[in-house]
Design a protein around this ligand. Structure first.
Ligand code: WTA
Length: 655
C-alpha cells in the first residue's frame, strides 16, 4: 500500500485557508439552520437517524434502531417498507401528484416530462410486466440501459415487487456485463436497442446478445425501443426477447407494493476493488432509504420549488442515490440528460440549466476541469441565474476547480458542497450543510450529523490533526451489508485493517485545525479515472488475457482533467514484437474486456517489471516512471538495463 499522497496546493491553503461563511440568507432560510445539529446527533446518533426515518412511510414500525454485531449492521430492525412506495405512492396522494418528477432530455434533443402520477402508473405497469414474466421477490434483474426514464422506471418496478436490481453502466463491454449477470445469477435483463453518446448510437442490444451467450440464468430479455431508425439491426430472439412497449400495452395499471423487511436486499451494484474481480456491493432497504432521503434533503437543501439536476449516469452509485432514490423520496423535480456535455456544443449543460431553470446542480470535478479548459465563455453565454446550490462528487476537487465552479457557474453566490462518499457507503458521509457549515475550497468539511469519522495511522493510532487513513468508526444506515456471494471478502476488504470493528475506506485524508476533512485520494490499488473507479488488477487481468502479453502492471498517472489516467507496463512473450500496432491492439483489448472507461492512455513496453524480492511489483517506482519523474518523457523501457538500474536504486532506497 502506498502512503496517502500529499496535495501541495492543500498545504498552501491550510496555512492561508479561504473560508466562505454561509450568507445571512442561507443562515435563516436553509432547511438546516441550527448549528447544534452536529452535537445533538453526536450525542445520540441512533435517535438522530430514527427521527429521519419517521419522515418516511413504513408499513410496519421497527422495534430496534440498530443491531450492530461488527462488522454486521441491521438498521430499523423489524420494520417494513417499500422503496417505490416511498418514492411515488407517498407523493401521488398529495398535490405533488401533478408536479414533474422527471424532466428528461435525450442527446438528440427529444424531451419527455413525467409527473409523479405518470411515473407511478408506469412503474406499477412495469412491475406487473415483471411479475408476468415470472419475476418474484428476491430474484435478481440486470438493467443495461441508456440514461432514459425507463431506467428509473425499471429500478422502481423491481423495488415495488421486491426484486433486486443490478444496474450495469451502459459503457461496460459484453464481457463485463456477462460477468456481472453470472455473478448474481440474474433471471432477466432489461436493455434497449441503443442509446446516444456524442452523436453515436451505442448498440446496447447487440452487446447484450453477445453477453448472453454464456449467461444461462437469463430467461427473458425486455428491450426498450430508444431509436426510431435503426442503424444497427435488432435481433429479437423468439421466446426470450420482448419489446417493452408491447408488454406495457397489456399491463394492468395497479400493483400493490410488496412489504419489504428493512434488511431485505434492494439492489446490487458492482464496483472495482483491488482484485481483478469487481465486487457486488449489497444494499438493503430501510437504512439505505433513510440515509439517501436525509442526506439529499439536508446537503442539497431541497425545497419544493427546486429543479434538481445530478449529472451522474444511473449506472453508478451517484445515480442510484442522487438521481433516483434520494430525490424521488423527497418529491423533487429531477432533470435527467442522456448524453455528453459537449454535444453538439460545449454549453449543452448550461443550455439545459437555462431552459429548465435548474436550481441545484451536482456534478464531478473531472467535468468541472473540462469546463475550465473549454473556457468561461460557454457558461457566460447562458442565463444561469436560477442556480442556488452547486455540488461536487467522485474525486478530490482541487481548490482551483472549486473556485472556478463557484465563480463561473455559481455566479459567486451559490455555496459549493463537496460530498465525500462511496458505492459502499450508500449515501453522502462527509459534506457541508449549506446553511451552517463554513466552506473551504478543496475540503469536504465535516461528517454529516450522526456520522463519525477518524484519521488513523496504518497501525490504527488516531490522528487529531494531520494526514492518514480515513476510517469510519460507527455504523451508518446506508452502509453496504456485504459483497454478493463473498462474505469473506467483505470482512477482509473493509474490516480487517484494524481489529476494532472500524471500517477502512481505502482513502487518505487530512484533518485541519478546525476539524475539516481534506480528501487526498485512494491509498490502495484502485484508480479514479474521470470519477470512475477502476481496479489496477482488473486492467492487468484484461491485458494478460491477450495472447502476446506475458506480464502487465497498471498504475495511475496524474491527469489535468481526468484526475488520473491509466498507464500500463507490459512485457511481451518471447518472440513477440512490441510496437505501435500491438499498443493499439492492447488498448482495444482492454476496451473489449472491460469497456472504454478502462482504455489505457499509455502503454509502455518493458523487458522486465521491477519487483521486490518477494515478487511484488514495485508500483511506486512505476508510478514515478509513468509520471516522468524518473525517466523524463520516455515511453518505452525496452532497455532492460534501465529497469534493472532503477530497481537497484529503488531497493537501495528502501533498505
Ligand atoms: C472518491 C462515488 C474526494 C474516493 C460516490 C472514494 C472522493 C471513491 C469524493 C468512491 C470527494 C468520492 N472527494 N474523493 N468528494 N467522492 N471520492 O464508489 O476515493 O464510485 O473512495 O463512489 O471516490 O467512488 P465510488
Amino acid at each position: 500500500m502506498s502512503q496517502p499522497g500529499d496535495r501541495p496546493e492543500i498545504n498552501a491553503l491550510l496555512t492561508e485557508a479561504r473560508v466562505f461563511e454561509p450568507t445571512n440568507d442561507w443562515k435563516t432560510h436553509a432547511r438546516v439552520t441550527d448549528p447544534g445539529v452536529y452535537e445533538h446527533a453526536a450525542e445520540d446518533p441512533e435517535g438522530f437517524w430514527e427521527d429521519r426515518a419517521r419522515e418516511l412511510e413504513w408499513m410496519r414500525p421497527w422495534t430496534q434502531v440498530l443491531d450492530w454485531q461488527p462488522p454486521h449492521a441491521k438498521w430499523f430492525v423489524g420494520g417494513q417498507l417499500n422503496a417505490s412506495a416511498n418514492c411515488l405512492d407517498r407523493h401521488v396522494r398529495t398535490a405533488r401528484r401533478n408536479t414533474a418528477a422527471l424532466i428528461w432530455e435525450g442527446e438528440p434533443g427529444d424531451r419527455r416530462t413525467l409527473t409523479y402520477f405518470d411515473l407511478y402508473r408506469q412503474v406499477c405497469q412495469f412491475a406487473n410486466v415483471l411479475k408476468g414474466l415470472g419475476i418474484r421477490k428476491g430474484d435478481r434483474v440486470a438493467i443495461y440501459l441508456p440514461l432514459i426514464p425507463e431506467l428509473a422506471i425499471a429500478m422502481l418496478a423491481c423495488a415495488r415487487i421486491g426484486a433486486v436490481h443490478s444496474v450495469v453502466f451502459g459503457g461496460f463491454s459484453a464481457e463485463a456485463l456477462r460477468d456481472r449477470i453470472n455473478d448474481s445469477q440474474c433471471a432477466l435483463l432489461i436493455t434497449a436497442d441503443g442509446g446516444f453518446r456524442r452523436g453515436q448510437l451505442v448498440p446496447l442490444k447487440q452487446t447484450s446478445d453477445e453477453a448472453l451467450q454464456g449467461a444461462p440464468s437469463v430467461r427473458n430479455v425486455i428491450v426498450v425501443k430508444r431509436q426510431a431508425g435503426e442503424p444497427f439491426p435488432v435481433h429479437i430472439k423468439e421466446g426470450r426477447d420482448h419489446w417493452y412497449h408491447r408488454l406495457m400495452q397489456d399491463a394492468a395499471l395497479d400493483c400493490a407494493p410488496e412489504p419489504m423487511d428493512s434488511e431485505d436486499m434492494l439492489y446490487i451494484l458492482y464496483t472495482s476493488g483491488t482484485t481483478g474481480k469487481p465486487k457486488g456491493i449489497v444494499h438493503t432497504t430501510g437504512g439505505y432509504l433513510v440515509g439517501t432521503y436525509a442526506t439529499t434533503r439536508w446537503v442539497f437543501d431541497l425545497q419544493d420549488t427546486d429543479v434538481y439536476w445530478c449529472t451522474a449516469d444511473i449506472g453508478w452509485v451517484t445515480g442510484h442515490s442522487y438521481v433516483v432514490y434520494g430525490p424521488l423520496q423527497n418529491g423533487a423535480t429531477v432533470v435527467m440528460y442522456e448524453g455528453a456535455p459537449d454535444w453538439p456544443n460545449k454549453d449543452r449543460f448550461w443550455d439545459i440549466v437555462e431552459r429548465y431553470g435548474v436550481t441545484v446542480f451536482y456534478t464531478a470535478p473531472t467535468a468541472i476541469r473540462a469546463f475550465m479548459k473549454w473556457g468561461a465563455e460557454w457558461p457566460a453565454g447562458r442565463d444561469l441565474s436560477s442556480l442556488r446550490l452547486l455540488g461536487s462528487v467522485g474525486e478530490p476537487i482541487n481548490p482551483e476547480a472549486w473556485m472556478w465552479y463557484h465563480e463561473h457557474i455559481g455566479g459567486a453566490r451559490c455555496p459549493v458542497v463537496d460530498t465525500w462518499w462511496q458505492t459502499e457507503t450508500g449515501h453522502i458521509l462527509i459534506a457541508p450543510l449549506p446553511g451552517i457549515t463554513p466552506l473551504k475550497p478543496g475540503s469536504a468539511t465535516k461528517p454529516f450529523p450522526g456520522i463519525t469519522a477518524e484519521i488513523r495511522t496504518g497501525a490504527g493510532v488516531p490522528v487529531e490533526h494531520g494526514g492518514g487513513l480515513l476510517a469510519l468508526t460507527k455504523p451508518w444506515p446506508g452502509m453496504l451489508r456485504g459483497i454478493y456471494g463473498d462474505p469473506e471478502r467483505f470482512v477482509k476488504t473493509y474490516f480487517s485493517r484494524w481489529d476494532d470493528g472500524v471500517y477502512f475506506t481505502g482513502d487518505g485524508a487530512r484533518r485541519d485545525a478546525q476539524g475539516d476533512y481534506w480528501l487526498l485520494g485512494r491509498v490502495d490499488d484502485v484508480l479514479n479515472v474521470a470519477g470512475h473507479r477502476i481496479g489496477t488488477m482488473e486492467v492487468e487481468s484484461a491485458l494478460v488475457d491477450h495472447p502476446s502479453v506475458a506480464e502487465a502492471a497498471v498504475v495511475g498517472r496524474a491527469h489535468d482533467i481526468k484526475g488520473q489516467s491509466i498507464a500500463a507496463f507490459v512485457t511481451v512473450k518471447e518472440g513477440i514484437k512490441a510496437g505501435a500496432g500491438l499498443m493499439d491492439e492492447l488498448k482495444e483489448h482492454v476496451v473489449r474486456k472491460i469497456g472504454a472507461i478502462a482504455r489505457p492512455d499509455q502503454i509502455l513496453f518493458a523487458a522486465d517489471l521491477p519487483k521486490t524480492r518477494s515478487g511484488k511489483i514495485m508500483r511506486r517506482l512505476l508510478r514515478d516512471i509513468a509520471e516522468g519523474k524518473a525517466l523524463g518523457d520516455t515511453t518505452t523501457l525496452a532497455d532492460p538495463n534501465v529497469v534493472r538500474r532503477l530497481k537497484d536504486e529503488y531497493e537501495a532506497d528502501e533498505s
